[in-house]
Design a protein around this ligand. Structure first.
Ligand code: LEU
Length: 500
């Protein structure tokens, strides 16, 4: 029985895949990660990871989705009856990400409104932590729900689940066809304005100035792989799910190149825009650019509002455009994350799409409330770090080793992709996945486990961000482990017979 939904057009699929890839990771994560890890020199590991892992895995996942035509669990089950658990593990990693990713979109939504009156005032840091997030509890405590986060969070979920209920073609595809071009236009306006601000050049110099002393450090390579996986939405069920809706006659390899390079171009554009603006800020306050840079949350929600205050004209409008671009980019990514478990539930339990959206999305929405509490930021930070390192990157490694070494599927997938694609895959692809990725990523993963476990059991202060052992145990390790354990349990359940 094959009544699987399909994309309406090739452009629709590409737009949706780009929509998934281009997200919060591109706009606020990439510029800060690149800057912290050697600036211009970061492009060496970044491009290496893109060309030997990112695009090859993207092609592999597109091939798997297209060949086995199922959600991640069904795809892995059809590939080999003993590997369904990996599909569920991937889906659960996506599930965890969706619970906090939605909250960051909610913040951006609030901030797009705050922009109009520059509500954040001059102390943007105080505003974020005290006034907006009301962060007055210790890590591990929740405190009460913060209404300013809760309301936009509800809107985020209503929009995303509303779109998913409408289906692949009439929901996801149409939304992406509207959101992605809009995002591109808004972003180009921001980048052009940024480049014409006084000080922009110094900002770009700081961004591109290579610091080659860092290039041999494993941390920098971990950061590059992590960024590529997260940013391309690979290794956690998304691209397998989206490509399972491709029609039989399609193109795999070319599509993967378009999505891969499209995503990196957007990332670079974001880097250029963000650093031009930081250069402006540095010039304005007479300090060096690296003094105004802050990672992650700080960059978008502390530094940016401060800069917007200083804009020569139309401050409110530019603030709005910046945060609106975060909202749009975030929503199209959240749709793709949520679709992984909606598809998994539909396939395994043969329930209707509406029920799967209500149950799967509803559960994620309820859990996301944890991050909308006063202590939410700490939970978010720990969950994000652990699920990325020990969910996404680790899962990517397990997936590649299993497929390339144990099941020896690369040749078969290569033939499958070549049959439908313009570009033919050769030894670049098999060597990247069969040798380079397992070896380089495996080496780095080993180091990462060692580092985190050592500091976990050494002293209380050596943990990630200095969090306590108990908090790291429950807020970090347990979350990453739960994705794997619940994934295995789900794979043990029986399939509704008609789904086979
Ligand atoms: N690729 C997205 C981004 O860069 C994230 C993913 C979890 C959908 O933000």
């Amino acid at each position: 029985m094959e009544t699987r939904s399909q994309w309406g057009t090739r452009a629709g699929f590409i737009m949706a895949a780009v929509g998934s890839a281009v997200g919060l990771g591109n706009i606020w994560r990439f510029p800060a990660v690149a800057f912290e890890n050697g600036g211009g020199a970061f492009f060496v590991p970044y491009l290496f990871a893109l060309l030997t892992a990112g695009i090859p895995i993207l092609i592999m996942e597109f091939t798997m989705g297209h060949k086995y035509r199922g959600s991640a669990p069904l795809t892995f089950k059809r590939m080999h009856k003993k590997t369904e658990w990996i599909g569920w593990w991937a889906v659960l990693v996506a599930f965890v990400i969706s619970t906090y990713y939605s909250v960051i979109i909610a913040w951006a939504m609030s901030y797009s409104l705050f922009s109009f009156n520059l509500n954040w005032g001059s102390d943007t840091e105080g505003f974020l932590f005290n006034d907006y997030l009301n962060l007055t509890v210790d890590p591990g405590q929740t405190g009460s729900l913060v209404p300013g986060v809760l309301i936009p969070l509800i809107i985020v979920w209503v929009v995303v689940l509303g779109i998913l209920v409408k289906g692949v073609k009439r929901g996801i595809e149409i939304a992406n066809r509207i959101f992605i071009p809009t995002l591109l236009v808004i972003f180009l306006i921001i980048v052009i304005r940024a480049l014409t601000l006084p000080g922009a050049l110094q900002g770009l110099e700081a961004f591109f100035a290579p610091d080659f002393s860092k290039i041999l450090s494993p941390d920098v390579w971990i950061a590059a792989y992590g960024q590529i996986f997260f940013s391309l939405s690979i290794a956690f069920a998304i691209m397998i799910t989206y490509s399972s809706y491709l029609p039989k006659k399609t193109d795999i390899t070319n599509n993967a190149f378009i999505v891969g390079f499209g995503n990196s171009s957007f990332e670079l554009l974001a880097g250029i825009g963000v650093f031009s603006i930081l250069g402006f800020m540095a010039a304005q306050s007479g300090v060096a650019v690296d003094e105004v840079v802050a990672g992650g949350v700080g960059l978008a929600f502390v530094v940016f509002p401060a800069i917007i205050n200083e804009f020569p004209a139309l401050n409110g409008l530019f603030g709005f455009l910046f945060f609106a671009s975060l909202v749009l980019a975030g929503l199209t990514s959240l749709m793709s994350i949520t679709e992984t478990y909606v598809a998994g539930l539909v396939d395994k339990f043969k329930i209707s799409r509406a029920k799967a959206v209500l149950f799967g999305g509803g559960t994620a929405a309820v859990i996301s409330l944890l991050f909308a509490t006063q202590g939410g930021l700490f939970f978010l930070d720990a969950a994000d770090y652990f699920i990325n390192q020990f969910g996404v990157a680790f899962l990517g490694l397990v997936e590649v080793i299993l497929i390339a070494w144990f099941l020896r599927k690369l040749k078969e997938f290569q033939t499958h992709a070549n049959e439908v694609s313009d570009i033919r895959l050769g030894s670049w692809w098999t060597i990247s996945l069969g040798i380079i990725t397992p070896v380089v990523l495996g080496y780095m993963m080993f180091g990462l486990f060692k580092q985190n476990l050592l500091r976990e059991f050494a002293t209380d202060t050596g943990n990630y961000e200095g969090y306590s052992n108990t908090f790291i145990m429950f807020g970090g390790w347990a979350v990453a482990a739960a994705a794997l354990i619940i994934g295995v349990l789900l794979s043990l359940g029986k399939w509704n017979t008609s789904s086979e």
